[in-house]
Design a protein around this ligand. Sequence first.
Ligand SMILES: [Zn+2]
Length: 209
Amino acid sequence: MIGLLAAGAVINVAVAWGCMIHAYHNSKPLGPYVPDFVPTADDQNWWKRRSPKGMVPPDAVNEYKYVGYRERRVFGDGPLLNVNPPGTLRELSVRSRAGWPLAGVYCEWFSVADPQGPRGIGRVTRGCFDPASHPATASLSRVVPVIPLTPLFPGFAINTLFYAAVCWLLLFAPFALRRRLRRRRGLCPACAYQVGSSDVCTECGAPVR
Ligand SMILES: [Zn+2]
């Protein structure tokens, strides 16, 4: 049982990451999406609570929906940077939900104008693994910006049970079906020897009633 649940949890997370990698890998740019519209009160509240200090308030939203992956971005014109020619950088705040059949893991990240950062952009991440920050996973960062690590409830639990049930079906259902068919045909469920009048199999000793 514990083993099945552990397998279900591992598959759940693997599917979620697979869905996100697929969404990024399969469509450049990431899509399909709902184009620019005005941030909702919920977007604004989230952004106020979670964004790093000093970010500009967002004025636009994109939402991307893919199989097992959803991403909501709010962004606004960043501060004027002393570049040549002078210009602003779009600051971006992103919420990612990944998983199938339900969204089971979550993370958020922020692209902040930072004259010291590479290409004028610094990044703050929350609840995710940043593949660019580790040499072993750096190549993955060319496909996905982040890997979500925060479990979302109830999606995480339901997905885990779902995949545990799939594992159970694949592992045990064929044997349960075989035992039932043997019983119906008057054979020992354990070894398929013909059942006589005894309550145990005369071949292998298994109970047959
Ligand atoms: Zn038997």
